[in-house]
Ligand binder design. Structure first.
Ligand code: FES
Length: 133
């Protein structure tokens, strides 16, 4: 059933696309395969995520995780976003993920978190997002 849900999000990704009025955008790469995801975020006046979209290519796990995660992030503040960890994404996916595929699973989360850090001036904009092992 969970596998079915992953395939559904992969084939019909939620929040896929670009936001031309984004408050911030960030792109990051999974270094083990070269796949990239871009996350666009529109914030409201309370620094909560009003709209979020992702674009880019990747495997079923990375695309499903991005689709599920962006659905969860709508309405969340940037501080709440920073409190998420890889287990939150793995819980959303609901399947065992091999160590190699964990980088796929957390790609969108890391890109969104790094984008928020750059927006807050906590990270150099030129610093490339990469996923640690
Ligand atoms: Fe590239 Fe999963 S194989 S993101």
């Amino acid at each position: 059933m969970y596998r079915q849900q992953i395939l559904d999000h992969y084939r019909n990704p939620r929040n896929y696309g670009e936001l031309s009025d984004a408050t911030f955008s960030h792109t990051g790469e999974n270094p083990s395969c070269g796949d990239e995801i871009t996350v666009d975020v529109v914030l409201n006046e309370n620094e909560a995520i009003e709209r979020i979209a992702f674009s880019g290519d990747g495997c079923a796990i990375s695309q499903a995780a991005a689709s599920m995660l962006t659905s969860e992030l709508t309405g969340m503040t940037l501080n709440e976003l920073q409190e998420l960890d890889r287990d939150d994404v793995l819980d959303l996916l609901g399947v065992e993920v091999t160590p190699m595929r964990i980088k796929c699973a957390v790609l969108a989360e890391k890109v969104a978190q790094d984008g928020a850090k750059i927006y807050h001036g906590e990270l150099d904009e030129l610093e490339q997002t990469t996923i640690e092992g």
